[in-house]
Each structure stands twice: as C-alpha cells, then as structure tokens.
Design a protein around this ligand. Structure first.
Ligand SMILES: Cc1cc2nc3c(=O)[nH]c(=O)nc-3n(C[C@H](O)[C@H](O)[C@H](O)COP(=O)(O)OP(=O)(O)OC[C@H]3O[C@@H](n4cnc5c(N)ncnc54)[C@H](O)[C@@H]3O)c2cc1C
Length: 322
C-alpha cells in the first residue's frame, strides 16, 4: 500500500503543483498509514528528483524517457510504474498535462477517478471534495473502492518546502513506440509570449470597470510602477484586449501572488476561483456591495480613474493622460 504522486515540469523547471502534491500526498499517506512515493518522468530526471526531494517523501522513481511532455509516454510509464508499486492512491496534477493523461491512466488501471479535488478526508472510505456548477457548490464524494486516482487542483495545498531524504530509484519502462500515436518535437508557448501570471508575486488585475481598451495604459503604468504583472478578468480577454494567458479564474489561471490588486472587478465566483489563494487582496471598485469585497483584505470604494493615477504618483510613476 502506498500513495504515488506524479510530478510535473515544464521548460526545465519543476512546477509548483509538484510541491503541492507532496503536501497533499503526505497528508493522505499519513491518514492511510502508508509511504509517499513520487514519479519524475522525462527531462532532467535526476535534477528534478533532487528538487522534489522534500520532507515526507519516501521514494522518488525517475523515468528517463523523453524531454518534453508526451501523452503516450506518460500514460505508459505511469501504468507500468503503478502496476509495479500498486498504489492505493494515485495522485496527479489537475493541470493541462495531468488532465491529458489522468483519464487514460485511470481507465488502463481500472481505477475510479475524481478530478479537480480541493480536499479529502479518510473516514473509513476516502471522501473527496470538488466544486460544481462553476464553483457555486462543493460536493463530497464517498469513494467506494480500495484503490483510486485523483487529480489535485493547483494552489489548494501549500508547497512542501523542507528538504527530505527520499530514496531515489531509476525505473525502467518499456515504451511501445507504435502505440504512442504522437511525436513531440518541442515546446512552444501559445500567445502572449513569456509572461506567466502564476509565477508573479504582485498582480495588478483589471476588469470590465476599465471600460475601454484605450484606458488599459493606465493600469499598465500602475503595474510597471509597482514592478507587478498585469492580469485580468475574463471579459477583458473575451474582448481581445489582453491575451488568454493573462486571464485569472476558473477558465483562466489559478494564481497565488503575495498581493492581488483587483481593479474594476466585481468578484464573480468564476473569477474568485482563480485568485482567492492570494495572500493579500486589494479591491478598487465603485460598488461597495461588489462581491470582491467579501474576500478583499483592503478596499477602496471609488472610481478607478481617480484612484489609479493617485496610486501611480504615490509610488513614483507618472500617470498617462487618457
Ligand atoms: C463557465 C464560465 C467560466 C468563466 N470563467 C471565468 C474566468 O476564468 N475568469 C473570470 O474573470 N470570469 C470568468 N467567467 C465570467 C464571470 O462569470 C464574470 O462574468 C466575470 O468574472 C466578470 O468580470 P468583471 O468582474 O471584470 O466584470 P463585471 O462583473 O462587469 O464587473 C465590473 C466591476 O467594475 C466595477 N466598476 C465599473 N466602473 C468602475 C470604475 N470606474 N471604477 C471602479 N470600479 C468600477 C463595477 O462596480 C463592477 O463591480 C466565467 C463564466 C462562466 C459561465
């Protein structure tokens, strides 16, 4: 009996969700009284294994197959590893990659799969919680099976920080090239260049309150002045004013900055789903009853076109004339 968690890397770096999987995996392993084992697949497996060697991990399996993510390689590797170690719980990230291979792996291993898990509890059987109806309700599922697969929502568990002393073992897989179906030639970021809002410490986020695309330089200047990154709610992206990789929320990105400044954003559940993990939330909104104020630590109930220029000047910048 063990808990096996599949780590994730991109462009040569272990992604934060891998460290969150260590925390979630250790929690579950403690509840079940089992070991926590990790798998690192592809790329610089030795380097990645060192990175994810955090306190609470018992064994890290390195699978030296390929440089970039490949659905077929991951599916076959996880299937063979899981067949060998027989995990009670197979944990995977609820990321673009994780959602690509998790259903296939679960099907191959004949495991029940619950995706986008935000909490779990062992109570005889395992009970897992996920959101439904666009985050409006939380549902708890009782898993009536001995072994199961879960995908864990990023940013729901804290990252494991302390160094560990896990055993690192190379695991050889036998990849059936004919069954791969795809060849990965490299990694190309789609639209919006190199900005990754999930890595930003401070986000200046703009919503429909900005009114016109021509007004965007105002918030861009605030972001520049603060050394922050610009993000947005969905309508800004839907209007084509900012690229999709800037969108925060349920159908955008989940962010966990130190400071999130929500400007002209109402705080719809689908938006909040992406930013409620920020340490400090500052809202600027003319409507004192806007839902964003339910989760904001600081609020300025005023017109953004009055407040933002003052903030820019307060922090040493120069507000553009718009
Ligand atoms: C399946 C689904 C997925 C979705 N995914 C996402 C998602 O990932 N991310 C997301 O953001 N949304 C998402 N949405 C949309 C979401 O429901 C909301 O429509 C959206 O978040 C609203 O964006 P907003 O807050 O910018 O606009 P609004 O709700 O229109 O709010 C604008 C706010 O600006 C304020 N305001 C107006 N003028 C000013 C001013 N001059 N100064 C200060 N404040 C002002 C208003 O008081 C208001 O509160 C999704 C919806 C669905 C159905």
């Amino acid at each position: 009996m063990t808990v096996l968690a599949i780590t994730e890397h991109r462009r040569g770096e272990v992604r934060d969700v891998s460290y969150e999987l260590v925390t979630a995996g250790r929690e579950l392993a403690d509840d079940l009284g089992t070991d926590l084992e990790l798998a690192v697949i592809g790329g610089d497996v030795e380097g990645f294994a060192e990175d994810v060697n955090r306190d609470g991990v018992d064994t890290i399996y390195t699978v030296d197959e390929g440089e970039e993510f490949n659905h077929g390689v991951y599916t076959q590797a996880i299937e063979q590893l899981a067949t060998e170690v027989e995990p009670t719980a197979l944990l995977m990230p609820n990321s673009v990659n994780g959602l690509d291979y998790a259903p296939s792996v679960a099907e191959q291993l004949d495991l029940p799969l619950v995706t986008d898990v935000i909490d779990f509890e062992t109570n005889g059987n395992l009970e897992v919680t996920r959101e439904q109806y666009g985050g409006k309700v939380e549902t708890t599922y009782d898993i009536d099976a001995d072994d199961y697969a879960l995908t864990i929502r990023p940013a729901e568990w804290p990252k494991a920080e302390a160094a560990g002393d896990a055993a690192i073992e190379a695991f050889d897989v036998d990849i059936d090239e004919d069954a791969l179906g795809t060849t990965v030639n490299g990694f190309e970021e789609v639209g919006g260049g190199d900005v990754d809002i999930t890595e930003a410490d401070v986000l200046v986020s703009i919503g429909r309150g900005i009114d016109e695309e021509e007004n965007l330089p105002l918030v861009e200047e605030l972001a520049d002045t603060l050394g922050a990154t610009l993000s947005s709610s969905r309508p800004i992206v839907d209007n084509g004013w900012l690229p999709k990789n800037r969108q925060v929320g349920q159908s955008g990105k989940v962010v966990t900055p130190d400071v999130y400044i929500a400007i002209g954003i109402s705080g719809a559940v689908q938006h909040v789903a992406g930013m409620k993990g920020a340490d400090t939330i500052v809202a600027i909104n003319t409507d004192p009853n806007a839902p964003i104020y339910d989760i904001a630590d600081y609020g300025i109930v005023d017109d953004l076109f009055e407040v933002v220029p003052e903030l820019i000047e307060e922090f040493g910048g120069e507000a553009p004339n718009i």
